[in-house]
Design a protein around this ligand. Structure first.
Ligand code: BGC
Length: 506
């Protein structure tokens, strides 16, 4: 008996100590921002209303049978309701994007007063509920008119047009908007849109996953990537010269970042993983921080990789006040062809140049993404060590589930809390991460899967003309976490508790 009580006291001490590992909202700095995200084409609907003209995403989605964003969650008409949901949830920041062709229907020139009004109303409504707007200027939706006129992102003319569009946004909304992301997930945008053909405008070489009507996967992703960096840098320069001292905001570029981890502990796979990091992160991060592409990419891609002039290099270097990270899952990397590799995909292009094989972790598939919080921790550590520890925002993280399958999305809750824990760990190790956004606030039209999977914390009934919103369990969980009533026990603690119940029942 005496032994038992000693054991019991020991276990209580152990549990109490490990509970100090549990975390709450207050484990994070007060000015850290917890938010949720959407994007214009995926959330707004109203594609032909009040002067908006088509974007390349309208054209792209209408050429496939996965549905389109014509109405989607109807955020254009239901934004007030959504802002109320956010306020009730205690959301600290809402990340959304501006539809360029709603604000400036011809891509350049005249501003659409109704577009202007919509974004002003949305921003004012967020502010009046104490929610910080985080605005993305570009999320896959180039005005179709600019694509038709000169080919969009693969033409340098985009730099001037993007900067003029950004100028309008800074001027009109900059009093209230302190956080700007120029371009969403720039890396995978260039790859998905110009190498794989799976994102608008859908360019690729022949014999890829999809059939594209035009494209060149071995050159276009690098040309688009280059113009993306230059357009971002140009908008950032303009912001700094004309607005920053008065508006006091910050501006950054976001990249898509899979976690990357060696498949085996061989030296070979370690080298392959470094190479994948260079291609998938360094391609954009190195120019943003040090002004040029990684040497390894220059060597491999050769003359297909555009070259920065000295002036461009100076302009790109230091152009991001923060780095936005879009992260969903992790892949293993190997040098040797395994049976189940996703990449290199067929044919020439970015992944062939990268020259390594990438394998899903655990049970990841198109619909199920394995939560690999250690993968995100690895990215944050890598950015801290290799790129001078810049401020970082996790601008998207979330879990797809089959739509309408359940409102009890406990798997999603486990996923989100594990990732928030990973962010906290990275911060304890010195990462300057300043915010975390769940993708997505409500169910939206999805870029790869249309309406078959969704990530929303609120279910949207897409068969109902009123697009009724219903909270999923994840919405209640996030609400509790944000208002401090939910303590998240660390995995260790959960493990200890279960060990305790097993041992005490013996
Ligand atoms: C994109 C979103 C998309 C999400 C989920 C992100 O990479 O920015 O537009 O809906 O992934 O697939």
């Amino acid at each position: 008996m005496k032994h038992f009580s000693l054991l019991f006291i020991f276990l209580v001490i152990l549990l109490a100590t490990s509970y100090s590992d549990a975390f709450t909202r207050n484990s994070f700095p007060k000015d850290f921002l917890f938010g949720a995200a959407t994007s214009a084409y995926q959330w707004e609907g109203a594609v032909a209303e009040d002067g908006r003209t088509p974007s390349v995403w309208d054209t792209f989605s209408n050429s496939y049978d996965t549905g389109n964003g014509d109405v989607t969650s109807d955020g254009y008409h239901k934004y007030k309701e959504d802002v109320k949901l956010m306020a009730t949830m205690g959301l600290e920041s809402f990340r959304f994007s501006i539809s360029w062709s709603r604000l400036i229907p011809n891509g350049r020139g005249l501003i659409n007063p109704k577009g202007l009004l919509f974004y002003n109303n949305l921003i004012k409504d967020l502010k009046s509920h104490g929610i910080e707007p985080h605005v993305t200027l570009y999320h896959y939706d180039l005005p179709q008119s600019l694509e038709d006129e000169y080919g969009g992102w693969i033409n340098r003319k985009i730099i001037e047009d993007f900067t003029a569009y950004a100028d309008v946004c800074f001027r009109e909304f900059g009093e209230d908007v302190k956080l700007w992301t120029t371009i969403n997930e720039a890396t995978i945008f260039a790859i998905g849109s110009y190498d794989q053909g799976t994102a608008p405008p859908g360019h690729c070489s022949p014999n890829k996953f999809v059939n594209c009507s035009t494209g060149n996967s071995s050159t276009e992703p690098y040309i688009a990537g280059h113009n993306i960096l230059l357009a971002h840098a140009s908008a950032s320069k303009l912001y700094k010269l004309k607005y920053k001292s008065k508006q006091k905001g910050s501006i950054g570029l976001s990249i898509f970042a899979f976690g990357l981890s060696p498949y085996t502990n061989s030296k070979d796979d370690e080298i392959a993983t470094q190479r994948a990091k260079t291609f998938l992160y360094g391609w954009m991060l190195k120019p943003l921080v040090f002004g040029d592409y990684p040497d390894e990419m220059k060597k491999t891609v050769g003359s297909r990789l555009p070259v920065f002039s000295e002036e461009e290099s100076e302009q790109v270097k230091g152009s991001s006040d923060f780095i936005g990270i879009i992260h969903y899952t992790t892949f293993y990397v190997t040098n040797h062809q395994p049976s189940a590799s996703l990449f290199p995909s067929m044919g020439e292009g970015f992944f062939k140049d990268m020259g390594v094989y990438i394998i899903p972790t655990g049970n990841s598939s198109f619909l199920v993404w394995e939560a690999t919080p250690w993968g995100l921790e690895g990215i944050l550590e890598y950015i801290k060590q290799s790129y001078n520890n810049p401020p970082v925002y996790i601008l998207e993280n979330g879990m797809p589930m089959v739509r309408d399958s359940t409102l009890q999305d406990t798997q999603r809750i486990e996923y989100i809390q594990a990732y928030i824990d990973a962010v906290l760990n990275a911060m304890k190790n010195g990462s300057d991460t300043r915010g975390y956004f769940v993708w997505s606030m409500v169910d939206v039209y999805e870029i790869l899967s249309g309406y078959t999977t969704s990530f929303g914390m609120y279910h949207v009934n897409f068969s109902d003309p009123g697009r009724k919103r219903t909270p999923k369990l994840s919405a209640s969980w996030y609400t509790g976490f944000l208002n401090g009533t939910i303590d998240v026990a660390s995995q260790d603690t959960i493990q200890l508790w279960s060990n305790f119940s097993v041992s005490s029942s013996l």
